[in-house]
Design a protein around this ligand. Structure first.
Ligand code: AMP
Length: 143
C-alpha cells in the first residue's frame, strides 16, 4: 500500500501558513480546523518548515502567553521530513517513528501534494486489517 492510496480517499488539501503568521494565528487555525500541524511555505509554495500543536505547547511553556505573539518562524521545525506518493505506508510509519513526529507532508514534482497524520495511517491500517481478516474468514469457510 502506498501514500497515494490514502491520498486518493483523503484528498490533497494541506493547511499552510506564511512566516508572517504568529503562533496565535497557528493555534487558532489548528483549533478551528481540528488538525495537528501546519506546513509553513513561501509565496511560491516551497516548504520552509512545519509547526505542530507540540510546538505551540513548547513555546507557551518556555515563554508564557507572550510567546503566542512570536512569528511562526521562531518555533517551526525547519528541517522537514517529507515523503512522496509512491512510498509505502510502512516506510512512512518507520520515518515517523524514527523522527518522533506524527505528520508527514507529501511532495510531488517539488510541490506539496498532501499530508498524512498518524491518525490517517492508523485508520488505513485498521481498514486494511479488517479486509485481510474478512478475506481469511471467506477462505476458511469456502474450504
Ligand atoms: P508532531 O508529533 O507532528 O506534533 O510533531 C512533533 C515535533 O516534530 C514538532 O516539533 C514538529 O514541528 C516536528 N515535526 C512534525 N512533523 C515533522 C516532519 N514531517 N518533519 C520534521 N519535523 C516534524
Amino acid at each position: 500500500m502506498t501514500v497515494k492510496s490514502i491520498l486518493s480517499t483523503k484528498g490533497d488539501a494541506v493547511t499552510t501558513a506564511s512566516t508572517e503568521h504568529s503562533m496565535q494565528d497557528v493555534a487558532n487555525t489548528l483549533a478551528a480546523k481540528k488538525i495537528g500541524a501546519i506546513v509553513v511555505t513561501d509565496p511560491a509554495g516551497a516548504i520552509l518548515g512545519i509547526v505542530s500543536e507540540r510546538d505551540v505547547v513548547r513555546a507557551v511553556a518556555r515563554g508564557g502567553p507572550e510567546a503566542l505573539k512570536d512569528s511562526v518562524k521562531r518555533h517551526m521545525t525547519e528541517k522537514v521530513v517529507t515523503t512522496t506518493v509512491d512510498k509505502t505506508i510502512v516506510s512512512v510509519m518507520e520515518d515517523m517513528t524514527r523522527g518522533r513526529f506524527r505528520h508527514m507532508p507529501v511532495v510531488s514534482s517539488g510541490r506539496l501534494a498532501g499530508i498524512l497524520s498518524i491518525g490517517d495511517i492508523v485508520k488505513h491500517r485498521l481498514e486494511e486489517m479488517e479486509r485481510e481478516q474478512s478475506a481469511l474468514r471467506d477462505y476458511i469457510h469456502s474450504t
